[in-house]
Design a protein around this ligand. Sequence first.
Ligand code: OSB
Ligand code: MG
Length: 369
Amino acid sequence: MQIERVEQFHLQMPLRHPFETSFGREEVVHKIILAVYADGLVGYGESPVDVRPFYSPETIETCWHVQRDYLIPMLLGAQVEHATDIPLLFERVRGHQMAKAGLEAAVWDLEARRAGVPISELLGGSRRRVECGVSIGIQDSLDDLLSRISAFVGEGYRRIKIKIKPGWDVEVVRAVRERFAALPLMVDANSAYTLEEVEILRALDAFDLMMIEQPLAHDDIIDHAALQRQLRTPICLDESIHTVGRAREAFELGSCGIINIKPARVGGITNARAIHDLCQARGMPVWCGGLLESGIGRAHNLAVASLPNFSLPGDISASDRYWAEDIVEPPFTLNPDGTMDVPTGPGIGVTVLRDRLETFCVRQAAYPA
Ligand code: OSB
Ligand code: MG
């Protein structure tokens, strides 16, 4: 198919509850939504990129610029048979994984709609439902955290992830474990520690955590390997795994026991599937992470998480965990057993609400103009 038109929408979506990590507190989430047109059809994708280069080196501004000036011109007029062709088409642009991922996701949607099948089917997904967890930010008090956890457990979420940072770690985890003895629990440090703090991380071994996510530097795989040798709890890498090659290196070095695959962080769905396949062949479990996506990115993540080796609950939570109003219909909901249905309609399988897109949009552009 020949890509005829691309639109970019910079959205600002208010969160229902602020989300705090070791790098700051967010009340509004920025993102770029992409619409890609061909053969009378439109496909949607999302670049869930922050305004600040704190989680990833990309920002809304770099993403907008790299898409506008490089990636969209490469896409326009290109003959694209399959969404799997996109990584090669974008190969000359180094990095900028989230910028690439949003456009690639839109082409997956377009290709699946054209074929009249859900993205999960095009990908080779085998699950109809995926297990859902929830990621809870740093709270103002321990009481607030315990009551948030208890509310999410009550809704049926199958595992809880809490964010930690120095000063909000061992004692917090101890209190959570005392209150919820059998809860599938994990922590995410977003790179807040160094190897010098190994004793804090070793203390976490006492709490039967499923994993410790990204304790050390955002780009490291060497120190994580040294740390993993000193911990019983598996390390899960997030930030450090931004390419397929990085996943292979981390496996070879023994830097982690588990990988959190976020399609946006690894440059798209094709790469996400390649990392999934590589881990599956090596017996390493993976799960699908999130970046506070709208319903568009969530639909793509669900399709990816339907692949067989996504064997642990993901950071795929219901629309109402994030938004009072999502930009798709129907919103994503949690089944009482803590799973979410993988959409079965063509493409992303949900309807994009253009009026909501306009409501949250602070800047938009179309190519050709
Ligand atoms: O590290 O996994 C992370 C959100 C923004 C940036 C980084 C992370 C997160 C989350 C939330 O943990 C995952 C989600 O519910 O989308
Ligand atoms: Mg993380």
